[in-house]
Design a protein around this ligand. Structure first.
Ligand code: 5AD
Ligand code: SF4
Length: 459
């Protein structure tokens, strides 16, 4: 795709001005990928004359970009749909739509609820303008077709972040792994990689627009693969290097790695570039080999620990974070202890921790009973959270006295006389200062810490 075919990016300009401006409100749930998808939707609908609003009361179209990964995520959306319905009572012309993973999972069942006017899956966003043109009170619209090609590679997302410092860039969509507990392969479809030229161009553009950090996103970035017409192959390590070379002033992050696929080449590429952040999200899910087999993760505890050792040998200062599921099917007390022990062994800097939530249609739902009682799941999760709090505090305590280069994100949440920003490892640093601004790089010295924050002063 040529440059000229791109629509303007950092402002919403409607081609269809004569249609009058319609206002679009989107609530986003779930992962960073969904945040980026919302930016893609704003871009597609900006070209149709839709203007973004953050005020639901003014919206002509209300969309929820949804997540299906756990049942409580979906329950929350049902609650929001009832709130959207009240808007419709007051203003019957308002269109209420569900897009994203829950739209894909529930399909017609969402329309059957008679609570929404529009349902669009993650690969159907280009058809939103048509769906919105066709929608009428007795004519709800749905498109949940999944695609093997769609990457939205030519679309320039309209950035919705507040600080203008850090941008997400999707590099691939879908997932081919089929971990037994996970609904994502069904809601986001097969894995496909985006043309690296469009990725590098997007990263250059955000840098030129003043952004200082990009996060490359994919369900499993290590299986990124692109083969050009001339047979040149670009893997994730190559892509990461191309983005890192844009400028030493541009920080590069990425998420998510799969432990079975994270390669020595990738780790060594990170080690060669200071502006590739020293932070790897490496979801372990469980420390028990028996659970890992049942989860269909396709690595063992020993393999995982070997990958951690490789990361530490190349980048001793690299933070490692993880995802953990408590109470998966058949999990014994010993399996749970194995999870606690791998957490200690790795010494995670941060973790996202969940109770297992059975998702209809997944391999686990079909093959294994969800047999860990809810109170046991809760107790195990609480033990995991308590341990992680200790580990995060330990990790932060080791940083006291060190000096870090941080990228300022803006004023700290608690105190207007303080700024906050992250170091390369992704740790949040707060320090007294009102002089500098979002986007500045500064050196700070760590004075003390909590389990969540490094308390610093300018170095
Ligand atoms: N139940 C609980 N947690 C889940 N995750 C994915 N599916 C489920 C599920 N059914 C978690 C995994 C994954 C993260 C994004 O969400 O830990 O890494
Ligand atoms: Fe789900 Fe596994 Fe794919 Fe992650 S890698 S999205 S957990 S199937």
């Amino acid at each position: 795709m040529k440059n000229a075919t791109f629509a303007p990016r950092f402002e919403i300009k409607g081609r269809a001005k004569d249609m009058g401006t319609k206002k679009l409100y989107i609530e986003t749930y779930g992962c960073q990928m969904n945040v980026n998808d919302t930016e893609v939707i704003f871009s597609i609908l900006a070209d149709e004359g839709y203007e973004r609003t953050e005020n639901m009361d003014q919206a002509d179209v209300i969309l929820a970009n949804t997540c299906s990964v756990r049942d409580n995520a979906e329950q929350r959306i049902w609650g929001r749909i009832d709130v959207f319905r009240q808007q419709k009572k007051a203003r019957p012309d308002v269109v209420v739509g569900i897009v994203g993973c829950m739209a894909e999972r529930l399909k017609d069942a969402l329309l059957d609820s008679r609570k929404v006017d529009l349902v669009a899956g993650p690969d159907a966003y280009r058809t939103l303008p048509q769906l919105l043109r066709d929608v009428a009170p007795d004519r709800p619209q749905i498109n949940v077709l999944l695609s093997h090609e769609e990457t939205y590679g030519d679309i320039r997302p309209v950035r919705i972040d507040k600080n203008g410092v850090s941008a997400f860039i999707s590099i691939m969509r879908g997932c081919n792994n089929v971990c037994s507990y996970c609904v994502v392969p069904y809601t986001r479809g097969a894995e496909r990689s985006r043309d690296p030229k469009t990725i590098v161009r997007e990263a250059c553009e955000v840098f030129q627009a003043g952004y200082k950090e990009v996060t490359l996103l994919g369900q499993n970035v290590d299986s990124y693969y692109w083969k050009d017409a001339d047979d040149t192959v670009v893997d994730f390590a190559d892509l990461l290097e191309q983005v890192a070379l844009i400028s030493p002033q541009l920080r590069v992050r990425y998420s998510t790695s799969h432990p079975k696929d994270i390669s020595d080449k990738l780790i060594e590429t990170m080690g060669r570039h200071e502006n590739i952040c020293r932070s790897i999200h490496l979801p372990v899910q469980s420390g028990s080999d028996a659970m890992l087999v049942k989860m269909r993760r396709r690595y063992t505890r020993a393999w995982y620990l070997d990958r951690v050792a490789k990361i530490r040998s190349v980048m001793p200062d690299c933070a490692i974070s993880t995802d953990i599921i408590a109470g998966f099917c058949g999990e014994t007390e010993q399996d749970h202890q194995d999870t606690l022990s791998i957490m200690r062994e790795v010494g995670y800097d941060a973790a996202f921790m969940f109770q297992y939530s059975e998702r209809p249609g997944t391999l686990a739902a079909r093959n294994y009973p969800d047999d860990v009682p809810p109170e046991v799941k809760t107790r195990r999760l609480n033990e995991i959270i308590a341990l992680q709090n200790e580990l995060s505090f330990e990790s932060n305590r080791r940083d006291v006295g060190k000096v870090f280069r941080i990228l300022v994100e803006g004023p700290s949440k608690r105190n207007a006389a303080e700024l906050c920003g992250r170091n390369s490892a992704g740790k949040m640093c707060v320090f007294p200062d009102t002089e500098h601004r979002a986007g500045d790089y500064l050196d700070v010295r760590v004075l003390s810490c909590t389990s969540a924050t490094l308390i610093c002063q300018l170095a």
